[in-house]
Design a binder for this molecule. Structure first.
Ligand SMILES: [Zn+2]
Length: 342
C-alpha cells in the first residue's frame, strides 16, 4: 500500500499470487494488514509525516501491527489465543511454485498451518517460538521448533543461486516478533476480561497507543506506549496484564532495543517490574498505585495502596506482607474489590 501522510488519498493495490493464481483481494487478512498500514503510517509521528518509516525497527513494527490487527479483527469468541493462526493461508497454496528461472520446484501445502510467515501465531511457544532477540541478526538462532518449509525452501533456493538467505531483520520477519508480543498481551487481557470484551479492549488500547508514537519508534517505545495507554484507560488496572504478555516474548522490564536505525544489540528480558511481581497465590490482583512519602533516616510512614480485581471472578484478600523487593498478597475468590490500609 502506498504510504502517504495525512491529507493525501491513498490507493490500496493487492495483486494475484504467483503459483495458484489466487487473488489477494479475496483474503481478508491481507486487506486488513494493508489497511492497517494506512492507519499506522498516518497516526505515528503526527500529521504530514509517513509514520512507521525510516528504519528496520519502525517498519517492522508497522508490519507487526498489520498482522496483529488482521488476526484480532477476524478472531471469534470461540477461538482462544493458544490455537494456531496462520497469516495468509488461502493465497499461500503452492506460492511461487511456478517460478521458472531457475525453477523453484517446491509446492507449499502447509499454507493453512503456517500461513506465509515463518511460524504461525500462537501463545504456545512450542509452535510459535520467536522472542525479541530474534530480530537481532547477531542473536537469532534456529529454534527447536521447525520453521515453515516454505521459508526453508526459499532460503535454500536463494543460496543455491548465489544469493543469501532472507535476513532476520527483514521487516516482515521483524514484524512477526512484534505481532506475537501483541498476541501474548491480548491473551492476558482475554484471560482477565473474557474473549469478546478482552478483544475489544485490546484493540482499543493498541489503537490508543498509536497516537503517542513518534514517526520512527523502537520496540521499547512502542511497548511503553501501550503500557501508557493501558494506564490512562484503566487507571493502571490492566498494566500488569500487558507487562505479562510483553515479558513472555522478551520485552520485559529490563529489555533494551537499540536506536531505531538498527535491530542489532537487542537485550531481551523476561522479568516483570516490581509492581507486577506479586504472589503467585493471587495472580489476578494487581497493585494499582503505591504512594510512598519521602522518608528521613529512621523515620517510618504509613503506605496506602489499592488492589483492584480486574478479572471477572470475585476475590477476597486474606493478608498482605512485604519486604524490600516483593509484596505477597494472599487471597481467595469471594468479594469483588478490596481496599487495604496498613
Ligand atoms: Zn505489510
Amino acid at each position: 500500500m502506498p504510504r502517504h501522510p495525512g491529507g493525501l488519498a491513498s490507493l490500496l493495490i493487492v495483486s494475484r499470487f504467483t503459483g495458484p493464481d489466487r487473488d489477494a483481494a479475496l483474503d481478508q487478512q491481507i486487506l486488513l494488514h494493508e489497511l492497517t498500514h494506512g492507519l499506522t503510517t498516518r497516526i505515528a509521528g503526527g500529521p504530514n509525516v509517513i509514520g512507521m518509516s525510516g528504519s528496520a525497527q519502525a517498519q517492522g513494527l508497522g508490519e507487526g501491527f498489520g498482522d496483529w490487527y488482521a488476526l484480532a479483527l477476524l478472531s471469534s469468541s470461540g477461538r482462544g489465543p493458544s490455537g494456531v493462526y496462520g497469516m495468509v493461508g488461502w493465497p499461500g497454496y503452492h506460492f511461487l511454485k511456478d517460478l521458472v528461472t531457475p525453477p523453484f520446484e517446491y509446492a507449499f501445502e502447509d499454507n493453512y498451518y503456517y500461513g506465509l510467515r515463518r511460524y504461525p501465531y500462537s501463545t504456545d511457544r512450542a509452535k510459535s517460538p520467536l522472542t525479541l532477540s530474534d530480530i537481532d541478526p547477531g542473536q537469532y538462532h534456529d529454534d527447536a521448533v521447525p520453521m515453515s518449509p516454505f521459508w526453508v525452501s526459499i532460503n535454500n533456493y536463494a543460496i543455491a543461486n548465489g544469493s543469501s538467505a532472507v535476513a532476520v531483520d527483514e521487516i516482515h520477519f521483524v514484524g512477526e516478533v512484534w505481532a506475537l508480543a501483541l498476541w501474548n498481551v491480548r491473551a492476558k487481557l482475554l484471560e482477565a476480561l473474557g474473549l469478546e470484551y478482552g478483544n475489544e479492549m485490546t484493540l482499543q488500547l493498541v489503537t490508543n497507543s498509536l497516537l503517542s508514537l513518534s514517526q520512527s519508534p523502537t520496540f521499547i517505545d512502542t511497548r511503553d506506549a501501550l503500557l501508557m495507554a493501558g494506564r490512562a484507560r484503566t487507571g493502571g488496572g490492566y498494566v500488569c496484564a500487558i507487562w505479562n504478555g510483553f515479558a513472555e516474548r522478551g520485552l520485559g522490564d529490563s529489555a533494551v532495543t537499540p536506536s531505531e536505525g538498527s535491530t542489532s544489540g537487542v537485550r531481551e528480558d523476561f522479568s516483570l517490574p516490581p509492581g507486577c511481581t506479586q504472589s503467585s497465590q493471587c495472580p489476578d490482583l494487581v497493585v494499582q498505585s503505591i504512594e510512598t512519602p519521602a522518608l528521613a533516616a529512621g523515620q517510618s510512614a504509613t503506605v496506602t495502596f489499592r488492589l483492584r480485581n480486574w478479572v471477572l471472578r470475585p476475590q477476597s484478600v486474606l493478608g498482605v506482607t512485604a519486604d524490600d523487593k516483593h509484596m505477597l498478597v494472599e487471597c481467595f475468590e469471594e468479594n469483588h474489590t478490596k481496599e487495604l490500609r496498613g
